[in-house]
Design a protein around this ligand. Sequence first.
Ligand code: CA
Ligand code: CA
Ligand code: CA
Ligand code: CA
Length: 114
Amino acid sequence: MPDGCDICAGFDDHLDADSDGVPDGCDACPGFDDNLDADSDGVPDGCDICPGFDDHLDADGDGVPDGCDVCLGDDDTVTATTMASAPTPTAMTATRESGRSTTAGCAVATTRPA
Ligand SMILES: [Ca+2]
Ligand SMILES: [Ca+2]
Ligand SMILES: [Ca+2]
Ligand SMILES: [Ca+2]
């Protein structure tokens, strides 16, 4: 195929494992349809970190989009890591259930699905 018509330069345009029209080499979200982006933030629905919000807006730079940031202004990742070392599974579950509604804010992290 001529370079001018190459969808994904440097990769085989015919390889498209998830059949979304985007060659594997340029697939933004392997296994999901790259053309589906309900919140139009440029991240396909299947890989959207924070559906309904712009994944690229991250004021505190912790990798968690503003729309899903549990602790704006603080690093959510650090909090999550701390929570991962919680002593008992029971404690983890209790924390998770109360995570969203609590006003303790930065002291409690809510585990989000990957
Ligand atoms: Ca594809
Ligand atoms: Ca895809
Ligand atoms: Ca999206
Ligand atoms: Ca953030």
